[in-house]
Every structure is written in structure tokens, then in C-alpha cells.
Design a protein around this ligand. Structure first.
Ligand code: CMC
Length: 446
């Protein structure tokens, strides 16, 4: 059915044995401890601290988890030093170059690329499950016109659990909800847009690819025929694939965190949507275009903004620059930069924001501040230019990211759910507040 059936204790022990390489010695207060060192299939190494507190009384301190491996995962591999990104072993350049978005989504969820028949059946299931519950359509009318589409998306995904309750013990049930979420996210996104413009919604149709169905729901009119422009369908395919997954990022870790409490899939994934919304994460794609527009309005003086980004007192950062993991180029940005040139060239669009973006990138890449800190354009730097060319409004950009990321979140949720090592996620802390005090002597005033 799908990858990741529950593993037995036996498999767990075998896997643990397989990946333990050696031990690390730790000396604390004169006492020596040995901690297992585990190694992944790409030779990434980690000191296994799972028994650290039990044996030593110490915990690890790693705010924002930059050095913490929170799980073992078979989904996505990133080498941030070399600019490598692979889904299930397949390089992003390979997948973005030729496969359908739904095929790459299948790969993530099921573990292998589909056969032709499996791919057809998967697409049929996704389209068949893309209609949202009719009662939910009324919800869109209750949001104020100023509501951000990310808020609408998170609310609607969360609301799905009221309409599609399921038995978490029943694999068929779980699978149906997986398909439903991937199928419906594009419908929710498109309906949010149509409703915000006071336009009638357009329902999804069989016979269209995932990106084409979305574009039709966004831009068709019930009064006339609409042919999905091939160049836009192709641009969206690439965008959705580069956003599919990115291992343990903020929103994915949120999905795993919420899911680890055994909250339902909709609760976990809607939390991921909310985490993605922030400007340091997926919200950066909206912030990039707003920054480029600001520079344009300011006479195009991009050097002034590079200087501001270097000034720590300005509170300004170059949006779409920098990454926690990539310390070389972000391969997704390379793919999207080329797609921008191709799509805008084919459509004959001369977007002044693209010129500003190119100047900004060039200036930053030759500036010591950015070079020393290894700050390169990330996936969000060029994606907005493409979304603009497709006709997507700026406040919908992060929704597009969420749409692409949906199968990734779900694949992680499934992996987490089926991993016998999973326990409720519960970090510890180093308490630095007051030591014990007493209120004796203080008279109550209320
Ligand atoms: N502009 C200027 N300086 C920056 C930037 C930037 N965009 N990013 C990092 N720096 C500096 C930062 O000030 C710090 O300098 P110093 O060492 O002198 O204090 C150094 O680089 C390291 O930054 P950091 O904040 O410790 O790095 P981080 O790993 O915690 O944050 C980041 C990563 C992506 C949040 C950050 O680079 C950033 O804020 N970028 C802009 C927002 C953005 O584009 N986000 C999208 C990320 S990719 C897609 C996604 O995750 O959804």
C-alpha cells in the first residue's frame, strides 16, 4: 500500500546494530563514558545521546537544534557543503528535469518511483479525492477579505479532521486521508484565491495534470473555455518538485513534533502550514518580492540594501539569502534561476524585479560579509519571480510552497508514525530562573 509498515523490534535491533560504527569517549567529572557513534548511508555521523542523561545525569544543550539529529530518515538527503539534494536517492536536478510532480510525490510517500500503471492509478486517486466537502466551501465566506491565504489554508486543513474523522489503527483509513490531503490542498488554495476575489469556484477535473488542474481552478472562467498554457504548467511542475521535501526543516519538524503526541494527521499537517508561514522559513518567498519591490520604489539602489543587510543595527536581512544547512549554493535556487530565464524568455516578460534580483545576487556574492558567512541565494530568492510570471498574487506565494511541501510533510508523518524509535517529542531545558523562594511575609492584596 505505502512504504513504512510498522517495524518489529527485531528489525529495529538489526538496524541499530548495522549503523553503530564505533564509540565516542566522554569524560565528565573524571569519569569516562562511552557513547555509540552511528553512521548513515551517506557517512553522516552522530553521537547517540539517547542514554546520556540516564548514565551521566547530563543533557545536551543545543538551542535551535543546529547539531541535533532528531530521527533517522530514509526520505531526503542534503549535503549542505556540496549543494546536494536528493529525494529517496534521486538528485533533485534529475527529478525536476523530467518527472511529473505526482510521480515525485509518489516516490516520497511509497519509497520507489511508480510503474506506469501505478502512476496512472495514483493520479486518478488524487484527482478523485480533490473535491473538498461542500459544507467546507461556506467557510471561505466567513474569513475577512484581509485574511492571509496561509491562515485560510491552515484553518481549512485543520477543519478537515472534523469532516473526515478516521481510525488511526486502520491503515486503509490512514491512506485515504493521505490521498485526500494531497488531492485537496490545491483545491483549498485555489478556492481561497477565487473567494478572495469574489469569483465563482472552479472544481477540479479528471484528465489534467496536478499543476494544470490547479492553474485551471485559479484562472479559468465558468463562462469560457480555458487552455492551460504549457509553459506555466511546466514552470509550476518544477516549482512544486523543488518544494516537495527538505528533511528536518522547521515546518517538517513541527509536523513530526505534533504527530508524536498521536494528534491526527490534519492537526499535525496544519501545524506545519503555520510553521511554514514565518518569514525566516516559507514566508521568505513573499518577503523577497516585497523587498525587491521596495528596492524598485527606492530607485533601484540595491547597493544600499546590501549595505543595510550588513549593518547589524538595521534589523534588515537580505530575504532569500542564507540557509541553516546549505553553506554552498542551494541547488533548488540554481534550478529556479534557470527556470526564471526560460519562462520569462518564452513569455517575453521583462520583469524589472528579475534585474534587481540578479544585481543583488551578484553584489552579495562578491561581498566579503556574505562570502565569509557562506550566504547564498536560497530557494525563495527566485521562486517569487516565477510565481509572478504565472500570475500568482504575492500573498499566495507561501501557499504555493505549502502545496508543494504537502507530500513531504505527510511522508515524514508516516515515517515518524511507523518508526519504533518514535516517542513523544519532549526536549529538556536548562532552567536559569530564580531558585526556590517563599512568599512568606507578603500580604495578599486581592
Ligand atoms: N542577510 C544578512 N545577513 C544574514 C542573512 C541574511 N539573509 N542570513 C544570515 N545572515 C548572517 C547573520 O546575521 C549571522 O551573522 P553573524 O555570524 O555575524 O552574527 C550569520 O549570517 C549566520 O546567520 P544565522 O541567523 O545564525 O543563521 P541561521 O542558520 O540561524 O538562519 C536563515 C538561517 C535562513 C533563517 C537566515 O539565513 C535568514 O534569516 N535568511 C533570510 C530569510 C530566508 O531567506 N529564509 C528562507 C530560508 S530557505 C527556505 C525555507 O527554509 O523555507
Amino acid at each position: 500500500m505505502y512504504e513504512g509498515e510498522a517495524r518489529t523490534d527485531e528489525t529495529r535491533t538489526a538496524r541499530t546494530r548495522e549503523t553503530i560504527m564505533s564509540t565516542a569517549k566522554l569524560i565528565l567529572e573524571g569519569k569516562e563514558y562511552e557513547l555509540p557513534v552511528i553512521e548513515g548511508t551517506e557517512q553522516e555521523r552522530a553521537i547517540d545521546c539517547t542514554k546520556l542523561r540516564d548514565t551521566t545525569g547530563y543533557i545536551t544543550y543545543d538551542p535551535s537544534y543546529a547539531n541535533t539529529g532528531s530521527c533517522r530518515s530514509q526520505l531526503t538527503y542534503i549535503d549542505g557543503e556540496k549543494g546536494i539534494l536528493r529525494y529517496r536517492g534521486y538528485p533533485i536536478e534529475d527529478l525536476a528535469g523530467k518527472v511529473r510532480y505526482t510521480t515525485a510525490a509518489y516516490l516520497l510517500i511509497h519509497g520507489e518511483l511508480p510503474t506506469r500503471e501505478q502512476a496512472i492509478e495514483w493520479r486518478r486517486q488524487l484527482t478523485q479525492n480533490s473535491l473538498i466537502h461542500e459544507s467546507m466551501i461556506n467557510f471561505f465566506d466567513q474569513f475577512p477579505v484581509t485574511a492571509h491565504p496561509m491562515n485560510i489554508l491552515a484553518s481549512m486543513v485543520s477543519a478537515m479532521s472534523s469532516f473526515y474523522p478516521y481510525d488511526a489503527e486502520d491503515e486503509e483509513h490512514v491512506y485515504r486521508n493521505v490521498v485526500r490531503l494531497i488531492g485537496q490542498v490545491k483545491t483549498i488554495a485555489a478556492f481561497a484565491y477565487r473567494k478572495s476575489r469574489g469569483e465563482p469556484v472552479i472544481y477540479p477535473r479528471m484528465g489534467y495534470s496536478y499543476p494544470a488542474n490547479f492553474l485551471r481552478m485559479m484562472f479559468a472562467s465558468p463562462a469560457e473555455d480555458y487552455r492551460v498554457p504549457k509553459v506555466l504548467e511546466e514552470a509550476l511542475r518544477v516549482l512544486l518538485i523543488v518544494h516537495l521535501d527538505h528533511e528536518q526543516n522547521c515546518s517538517t519538524s513541527t509536523v513530526r513534533m505534533v504527530g508524536s503526541s498521536l494528534a491526527n494527521i490534519y492537526a499535525a499537517v496544519s501545524s506545519g502550514v503555520n510553521a511554514l508561514w514565518g518569514r525566516l522559513h516559507g514566508g521568505a518567498n513573499q518577503a523577497v518580492i516585497e523587498m525587491l519591490q521596495r528596492i524598485q520604489t527606492d530607485g533601484g539602489d540595491y547597493k544600499k540594501y546590501v549595505a543595510m543587510a550588513k549593518d547589524k543595527n538595521s534589523g534588515f536581512r537580505l530575504m532569500g539569502f542564507g540557509h541553516r544547512v546549505y553553506k554552498n549554493f542551494d541547488p533548488r535556487a540554481t534550478i529556479l534561476k534557470k527556470a526564471c530565464d526560460d519562462v520569462l524568455g518564452t513569455l517575453g516578460i521583462n520583469d524589472p524585479l528579475l534585474d534587481i534580483a540578479r544585481h543583488l545576487e551578484d553584489t552579495a556574492l562578491h561581498d566579503d560579509f556574505f562570502v565569509e558567512r557562506k550566504l547564498y541565494p536560497n530557494v525563495d530568492f527566485y521562486s517569487g519571480i516565477l510565481y509572478r510570471a504565472i500570475g500568482i498574487p504575492t500573498d499566495m506565494f507561501t501557499v504555493m510552497f505549502a502545496m508543494g511541501r504537502m507530500p513531504g510533510w505527510i511522508a515524514h508523518w508516516l515515517e515518524m508514525r511507523n518508526d519504533p524509535e518514535t516517542r513523544i517529542h519532549r526536549p529538556r531545558q536548562i532552567y536559569v530562573g530564580p531558585t526556590v523562594r517563599t512568599s512568606a511575609g507578603r500580604r495578599a492584596v486581592d
